[in-house]
Design a protein around this ligand. Structure first.
Ligand SMILES: CC(=O)N[C@H]1[C@@H](OP(=O)(O)OP(=O)(O)OC[C@H]2O[C@@H](n3ccc(=O)[nH]c3=O)[C@H](O)[C@@H]2O)O[C@H](CO)[C@@H](O)[C@@H]1O
Ligand SMILES: C=C(OP(=O)(O)O)C(=O)O
Length: 432
């Protein structure tokens, strides 16, 4: 398995272009199943997750063409016919969002058999809200041996659906299905994440009638069919936030480009509170650490526009260098502190009690061997490694490859001493 080796202590100077959002791209790819015409997605990140979902879609009948066009990386997804409505375990288990093919398959063909999903093991992550929403839309659902069998032979029907709590995946999933339902669907307590608005706008470009996405109430007037469209994937706010923190930890001056600063406003506010110097334009964010040690800042994760759980590990890494104690509360996933023992190997001082981590800042991090446990935890270890004295080797980086496009390239371009070690490379004595 590949590893990433980092010789820490080098400040970062330069521009980091932000890619299209993984968490939008994969839902948009699933949405392409709703039409027999081509969906052309630009600003597409090339990631392990997009490749894996591509394999699943190909199996369902989608023809996929990838190229570097005038608008950057693009992917055209074309499913003239669904040739199979079966999403097998081996293609769904590795990635949560692949489960979201269920709704589009059902809406287009009236039946589907989809394995229960995998994804980062950051909590139990059931799919009950997804299934209840599809049932409310008229689907008949059975579960056997890890598979969901769904049927709606006479099509889906609009309904009023109030989610008992906010779920990004369930909102997106039911939204896609509702576009082809007969009649009107009203979602209440829907998730408001920017990726949901991106999905809704793309669906509208495909002929759907969705209003209110980005607010807790979404209304969908079902249409008989959708058509092809061109859509540019929204920027990856989690990648942007990760590099913002990396710049602050390593020191120097980093400018994020192709970004929408308002999507990470809460993070930027917290970083300013900690003493970072941040300036923004419409599509850039510039980060400098500021003089002296950082101040401790408390953070509680929440649904959008709250502090993103996907940035919790990275912000914790930043707080390990603060001058004092900060409290980080995780409210979305019950097992999202797996990076804590790994950060401990770098000399940090963190204790966890249930959903709360107390981070007592230290003067210096020391390089060590660490293990990536999930996607964002891996990113937090890399950025901590950039700030640590000596060498850090992050093992099991396949998690990182799920969600960060060209991470080593983007950081090296700013002067970081970082390189990927292939599984059979020897451990480095020292990075040149
Ligand atoms: C691919 C993708 O976009 N992943 C993101 C998505 O995950 P995902 O869509 O899985 O996250 P959800 O918003 O659905 O999960 C929120 C909470 O609801 C629970 N839950 C969810 C669905 C359900 O049917 N039943 C249930 O109990 C989950 O276990 C979790 O505790 O949103 C999360 C919260 O912003 C992000 O951290 C993930 O990066
Ligand atoms: C948790 C994440 O992904 P997934 O939902 O696919 O596991 C993530 O993107 O941080």
């Amino acid at each position: 398995m590949d590893r990433i080796a980092i010789e820490g202590g080098t400040p970062l100077f330069g521009d980091i272009p932000i890619s299209g959002a993984k968490n939008s791209a994969i839902k948009l790819m699933a949405a392409s199943l709703l039409t027999s015409e081509p969906l052309r997605l630009t600003n597409m990140p090339r990631l392990a997750d997009t490749r894996l979902l591509g394999r699943l879609l190909t199996r369902l009948g989608t023809q996929i063409t990838e190229s570097d066009g005038p608008d950057g990386q693009e992917t055209i997804l074309h499913t003239p016919e669904i040739t199979s409505a079966f999403a097998p375990y081996d293609l769904v288990r590795q990635m949560r969002a692949s489960f979201n093919v269920l709704g589009p398959l059902l809406a287009r063909t009236g039946h589907a058999k989809v394995s229960l999903p995998g994804g980062c093991t950051i909590g139990a992550r059931p799919v009950d809200l997804h299934l209840k929403a599809l049932e409310a839309l008229g689907a008949h659902i059975d579960m056997h041996e890890g598979y969901v069998f769904a049927q709606a032979p006479r099509g889906l029907k609009g309904a009023e659906i109030e989610f008992p709590f906010v779920s990004v995946g369930a909102t997106e999933h039911a939204l896609m299905a509702a576009t082809l339902a007969q009649g009107t669907t009203v979602f209440k307590n829907a998730a408001c994440e920017p990726e949901i608005e991106d999905l809704a706008l793309c669906l509208n470009a495909m002929g759907a009638k969705v209003s209110g996405a980005g607010t807790p109430t979404i209304v969908v007037e079902g249409v008989a069919s959708l058509h092809g469209a061109d859509w540019s994937v929204i920027c990856d706010r989690i990648e942007a936030g990760t590099y913002a923190v990396a710049g602050a930890m390593a020191g120097g001056e980093v400018r994020l480009t192709k970004v929408r600063p308002e999507l990470i406003q809460i993070l930027l506010d917290k970083m300013v509170e900690a003493g970072c110097e941040i300036s923004t334009t419409a599509d850039t964010v510039t980060i400098k650490r500021g003089a002296g040690r950082l101040k401790p800042v408390d953070v509680t994760t929440g649904v959008y526009p709250g502090f993103a759980t996907d940035l919790q590990a990275q912000f914790m890494a930043l707080m390990t260098m603060a001058d004092g104690e900060s409290v980080i509360r995780e409210t979305i996933f019950e097992n999202r502190f797996m990076h804590v023992p790994e950060l401990g190997r770098l000399g940090t001082d963190i204790t966890v009690h249930g959903p709360e981590a107390r981070v007592r800042g230290v003067e210096e991090l020391r390089g060590a061997q660490v293990m990536a446990t999930d996607l964002r935890a891996s990113a937090c270890l890399v950025i901590a490694g950039l700030a640590a004295r000596g060498e850090t080797v992050v093992n099991r980086v396949y998690h990182l490859d799920r969600g960060f496009e060209n991470l080593e390239g983007k950081l090296s371009a700013c002067g970081a001493k970082i390189k990927r070690l292939k599984s059979d490379d020897p451990m480095p004595e020292e990075l040149e």
